[in-house]
Design a protein around this ligand. Structure first.
Ligand code: G6P
Length: 615
């Protein structure tokens, strides 16, 4: 979703903001803009399209001068993607300039009032309403920018991360946050503003993350003043040292971030369990979990809430938690859960899974569960994210920044964390035998090697992609632990190639999708050695009988499915419970190669956002 960047200091703001916007491209967007102020003149350039289009627009139209500036990538909510709706937006007087990530829900009633008072609007956005509301308050109440922002934000309903400056205040930017992320980089006599720390990481390792309902007045060469928007209470800035480095957010020789992230999986899965999975001692040690183990073990049930790929990781956990720890599990889409008046009690444990830690629906579902008295445990990738702060406790996945919009390494590291939690609970509860527990610790420790081996099939998978790249539909089938993998495989293909794909439990095929099968239909079947192997083989026969094309994911050394399938993609042998960590790899590669062959924008697929901060 929208990205915001700002700078105030002693350097030229233009290159910092443009590079910063490029770093935030992964969030997904359809237009971009920038405003610069050199103390005399405000210059603004904006356009539908990408940051490179903005650079072209800026080349002819502005001088790019100014050591204060704000920039924006917009993911359309109110109003189509076009130049006028792009940010930044001026107020009517031309004195205030704003960028905004989020939604002002009551904008239309405010807009009507402002129109009655003579204001005119040049876009369809809620953001232009907000900047004019600030202007109106500033004039009517004769207050300074900071105060006017505060009064205005107390009148609006919705979510926001904003940055706004005033022509009369060349040394000041005001920012505020509710529901959308906002980080402030603190340098030597300079400040950076951004949706996350990636735009300023080469300038400073020190950052302040604003909390919800906080605003900050940032003055050139001075301190930052933070206040609570509601009650004006002063907040002492908490400066965190960032662990991020520049290599982590660059492509490192790969054509796309997605490919880099697929290939990082052996090492990041290891990072996820490093220091936590102590095989020699037979111990799993998860800092955030230890003191809450009784809560989990005595819970009536575990409810897992998440969206998108994270929801698929939750589905895998349903199998491990029930199988090993014998605790009933429900896996819910956060967006449905939050609006369903769900029955939740203090005896429920909720696990919220989120790569970004910022997904609006997941966050709202967490707040609801907390209100109803449940204990909420978070599994996030982004350190310091809103969800990681909103939950009672949790575990980070430590996958490093995931920039490709289609999630890959976040998925496998989420499963790694969930597997460790399930094993730990089962061990403490005594619902898993000592030998099974120890076998799984050893096998989990082998997963990075197995994933690396699965990646070796890349060239072969590329050949398969060539054969099927022009198909218009795909079906993905899996059973048991690999049913969620089928869903995830289909989602990956849809997201980046725009080919329609459906994931289904293999046995359910007879209840509908079988009607679609003909010689045009590729069917990806996860047919690894498992309890369901025989049954999946029967499903493959059924597809063959209807002339469907079979691409099968099989265990190394398989002979039966190899005979039946048109193409096979091999993965190393591992216990069935851990297979999702390896079977997902060829499916990621297959989607990737098809998308590249179709010339799609792999890292920033159309209409999608990495971090969905609006509901
Ligand atoms: C978006 C992303 C997906 C992600 C989902 C949930 O749709 O494009 O890749 O799975 O949001 O995001 P989260 O950050 O909460 O895991």
């Amino acid at each position: 979703m929208c990205g915001i960047v700002g700078y105030i200091g002693h350097r030229d703001a233009y290159p910092i903001i443009i590079n910063g916007l490029k770093r935030l491209e992964y969030r997904g967007y359809d237009s971009a803009g920038i405003a610069l102020y050199d103390g005399t003149q405000i210059e603004l350039a904006k356009t539908k399209g990408k940051v490179v289009d903005l650079e072209q627009r800026a080349n002819g139209s502005i001088s790019k001068k100014g050591t204060l500036g704000i920039g924006h990538t917009r993911w359309a909510t109110h109003g189509v993607p076009n130049d006028a709706n792009s940010h930044p937006h001026y107020s009517n007087s031309g004195e205030l300039v704003i960028i905004h990530n989020g939604i002002i829900e009551n904008y239309s009633s405010i807009k009507k009032e402002l129109i009655n008072r003579g204001y005119t609007f040049h876009s369809d956005t809620d953001t232009e309403v907000l900047v004019n509301l600030i202007e109106e308050i500033k004039k009517k109440e004769s207050v300074k920018l900071g105060k006017a922002v505060q009064i205005a934000l107390n009148q609006v309903v919705g979510a926001y991360a904003i940055a706004v400056f005033d022509k009369n205040k060349p040394n000041e930017i005001v920012v505020a946050k509710l529901g959308s992320p906002l980080a402030i980089g603190v340098g030597e006599d300079e400040f950076f503003i951004a949706s996350d720390a990636s735009p300023f990481i080469e300038f400073t390792n020190n950052a302040i993350y604003l909390e919800d309902e906080e605003m900050a007045i940032i003055r050139r060469g001075k301190d930052i003043k933070i206040r609570k928007i509601k009650n004006d209470k002063v907040v002492k800035p908490f400066v965190q040292e960032l662990q991020l480095n520049i290599e982590q957010i660059e492509k490192g020789g790969y054509d796309h971030f997605m490919l880099k992230e697929i290939y990082e999986q052996p090492s990041v899965i290891k990072d996820t369990y490093r220091g936590r999975l102590l095989v020699d001692q037979g111990i799993i040690k998860l800092g955030g979990l230890e003191e809450y183990i009784p809560k989990f073990i005595n819970a009536d049930r575990i409810i897992i809430i998440a969206c998108g790929t994270s929801w698929h990781a939750g589905l895998v956990a349903e199998y491990t938690f029930e199988d090993w720890a014998r605790i009933p599990v429900e896996v819910e889409y956060a967006s449905e859960f939050r609006y369903r008046n769900p029955v939740i009690t203090e005896k429920d444990v909720v696990i919220a899974i989120s790569q970004s830690g910022e997904t609006a629906d997941t966050l709202a579902a967490i707040k609801l569960a907390k209100k109803k008295g449940a204990f909420v445990y978070g599994i996030c990738n982004v350190v310091g994210s809103t969800i990681s702060r909103e939950t009672h406790s949790g575990t980070y996945t430590h996958a490093g920044p995931e920039i490709g919009v289609a999630s890959t390494k976040a998925f496998t590291t989420q499963i790694t964390v969930l597997t460790m939690i399930a094993l730990k609970l089962a061990h403490v509860k005594g619902t898993i035998s000592k030998s099974d527990y120890m076998m799984h610790l050893h096998e989990l420790d082998m997963i990075p090697t197995h994933v690396a081996a699965a990646l070796k099939s890349n060239d072969k998978i590329k050949e398969i992609a060539k054969v099927f790249k022009d198909a218009t539909n795909f079906l993905y089938l899996g059973r048991g632990y690999n049913f969620p993998v089928a869903l995830e495989g289909a989602l990956k293909l849809k997201e980046i190639s725009y080919i329609h794909a459906e994931g289904y439990p293999a046995a359910e095929m007879k209840h509908g999708p079988i009607a679609l099968i003909d010689e045009q239909m590729p069917v990806v079947v996860i047919a690894i050695n498992s309890n369901h192997y025989g049954k999946v083989v029967s499903n493959i026969e059924e597809i063959k009988a209807r002339k469907g094309k079979i691409i099968a994911v099989v265990t190394e050394g398989d002979t039966v499915v190899r005979e039946l399938a048109d193409y096979v993609m091999e993965v190393p042998k591992t216990p069935e419970t851990l297979t999702p960590l390896v079977t997902t790899i060829p499916l990621q590669l297959l989607s990737y190669h098809i998308a590249v062959m179709l010339d799609r924008n792999v890292d920033q697929p159309r209409n999608l956002a990495k971090s969905v901060t609006v509901e």
